[in-house]
Ligand binder design. Structure first.
Ligand code: AN0
Ligand code: CP
Length: 314
């Protein structure tokens, strides 16, 4: 694997998820692989899981890790080409990415969308600038449009908990108080469309994801119909793609125990962080239906299999 920007860098998503599950039973099997190699983690936005699980994954492979919080620790970066840099931004992404690449064998980058300029966000200008100028493999730690490390951990978790060969997986929109990116649902849809599952997306009318991500998934606007017979329910808020960045409100879409009644004893998933009693009810998160903790724990092995494959291809 030369880079990990999206599912398109993965030939066999389920195969990689199974390899990650194997790693989990023997996480130090490859502890010499990363000797004298350094992973740089570059954050333009906050993170708990991605930051800690990706570092832990690198440590399991014997690597060193350096973290840079761009907004707090370093210079403000200009990302546009050809501009006169006489404003507040002291350094251009061209130099910054190349310099970071000279210090690290692999770089992870987290950069959320603006949610104001759809064309710019969906061009993935920042992630692509890193990929072009860093000169080393890039790991996407959630970009403007996708979060593939999360989706790989999600697929692992589904594989571990599946009770039948072809589970029904439902991605449901949920309320939130802030306008959030479409990256997690876009990415989840992409990975599910390439997995052996029956995949349905449910959301209020107007909250459709970009068609290049929802792909051939079934869309059902009636949440209770969509949830019938579900084995896995993936709960996530996202802001509007069509009315770009708009915060849609519909409290009745919150996940609650009564919505699980007509499911196949569904497991409930969320990438976290989750706002309790806004997105998912306490009673669900604190019940045996919830596998959010297992999902988060799997982030280590998702990152570890990706870093391992990148190290092997150096
Ligand atoms: C982010 C999002 O929805 O993309 C990160 C999720 C992993 N969530 C929030 O900002 C709350
Ligand atoms: N799920 C996830 O990526 O969490 P963080 O934003 O805390 O990294």
């Amino acid at each position: 694997m030369k880079q990990f920007l999206s599912v398109d860098d993965v030939a066999d998503p389920m195969g990689v998820a199974r390899e990650a599950i194997q790693l989990k039973s023997n996480p130090f099997q490859y502890q010499d692989m990363g000797k004298n190699k350094t992973l740089g983690l570059v954050f333009f936005n906050p993170s708990l899981r991605t930051r800690m699980s990706t570092a832990r994954a690198a440590y399991n492979l014997g690597m060193h890790v350096m973290v840079l919080n761009v907004s707090q620790d370093s210079w403000q970066l200009e990302t546009e080409d050809g501009v006169i840099m006489d404003g507040g931004k002291a350094e251009h992404i061209r130099e910054a990415a190349a310099v970071m690449g000279s210090y690290c064998e692999i770089l992870g980058v987290r950069s959320f969308p603006t949610l104001t300029d759809r064309e710019k966000d969906y061009s993935e200008y920042l992630l692509n600038a890193f990929a072009r100028h860093a000169g080393v493999p890039i790991i996407n730690m959630e970009s403007a449009t996708v979060h593939p490390l999360q989706s790989l951990a999600d697929l692992m978790t589904i594989e571990e908990h599946a009770q039948n060969k072809r589970p029904k997986v439902v991605l449901t929109w949920a309320p939130h108080v802030k306008a959030l990116p479409q990256a997690v649902p876009n990415s989840f849809a992409q990975w599910m469309n390439r997995a052996p599952v029956d995949f349905v997306i449910t959301h209020p009318k107007g909250m459709e994801l970009a068609p290049e991500f929802s792909g051939q998934a079934g869309i059902e606007y009636d949440q209770s119909k969509a949830l019938e017979g579900a084995d896995f329910i993936y709960v996530k808020n996202w802001s509007s793609y069509h009315d770009y960045g708009h915060l849609y409100q519909a409290r009745e879409w919150m996940m609650s125990l009564d919505k699980l009644k007509n499911t196949h004893n569904a497991r409930v998933m969320h990438c976290l962080p989750v706002r309790r009693n806004v997105v998912i009810d306490d009673a669900v998160l604190d019940s045996n239906h919830s596998i959010v903790q297992q999902q988060a724990a799997n982030r280590v092995y998702a990152a570890q299999i990706v870093i391992k494959k990148l190290l092997e291809a150096l």
